[in-house]
Design a protein around this ligand. Structure first.
Ligand code: NAG
Length: 232
């Protein structure tokens, strides 16, 4: 909707190179925003990417690093909640002013044929909020929501005897979305307002996600030009 030209340019080469009989309508940016929020709701682990600061003692100044971390989708605006361990590299870099992004991918609920390349990918870019005091209402809500999603995290919530930690939210400023193959999925920037404004119905995470194995498989075969019989 907001990036029709860019969208078209991205989707065109695949669409021309691999004409598929079942090409369905490519989602709009608005629809992709809903998909992005559904992905955020349905996953709970992502990769936090930062760069090392110029002061890095190990000589890694400017080098990017991506590390797995837990998040929980506890807000109504798509800003995930994180449990920041103070000594963890991602949070140290962010504290030193590094830009930060959180990258997610869709995991198939099916054990049937599964091609990760055909699935949703999301990169959120933004910054971390100041720490949320753990004894505030907001802090208590963060703890309840986060430990429901990640029961094991109760061992390192603020106040634990081992690692200093704090609740923060990831404040999303830019949203980059790769829905899958460009001839049938939205690829590109999703305007952040569209992303924030999505209202998810309760239970969407556990309800049947719009995952259609047949659509993915048929699409993949057309893209890879797999002939009947090759896939057995
Ligand atoms: C998002 O919601 C706000 C508040 O309801 C509204 O003013 C704004 O126009 C919406 N933006 C988009 C892009 O839908």
């Amino acid at each position: 909707m907001h990036f029709p030209l860019q969208h078209l340019l991205l989707s065109l080469p695949l669409a021309i190179a691999h004409p598929a009989k079942d090409i369905t309508k490519v989602p709009t940016a608005q629809e992709a925003a809903v998909q992005a929020r559904e992905l955020l709701r349905s996953e709970k682990i992502g990769t936090l990417s930062t760069v090392f600061p110029s002061s890095d003692a190990g000589g890694l100044s400017g080098h990017p690093i991506g590390m797995m971390d837990y998040y929980a989708d506890c807000s109504n605006n798509g800003n995930p909640t994180l449990l920041a361990i103070k000594i963890a590299t991602s949070f140290r870099n962010a504290k030193n002013g590094a830009p930060i992004s959180l990258t997610l991918r869709e995991h198939s609920p099916s054990s049937e044929f599964y091609s990760p390349a055909a699935h949703h990918r999301l990169s959120l870019m933004g910054r971390l909020s100041p720490p949320i005091p753990s004894n505030s209402d907001e802090g208590r809500l963060a703890r309840a929501c986060f430990t429901k999603v990640h029961p094991d995290a109760k061992w390192w919530i603020p106040g634990n005897p081992i690692h200093e930690s704090e609740w923060v939210t990831f404040e999303v400023e830019r949203v980059y979305w790769v829905g899958g193959f460009g001839d049938r999925e939205f690829i590109g920037d999703i305007p952040v307002e569209l992303y924030r404004n999505v209202t998810l119905k309760e239970g969407v995470a556990n309800a049947a996600m719009p995952f259609n194995i047949q659509r993915v498989w048929v699409g993949l075969k057309s893209v890879l030009r797999i002939q009947k019989g090759d896939d057995t």
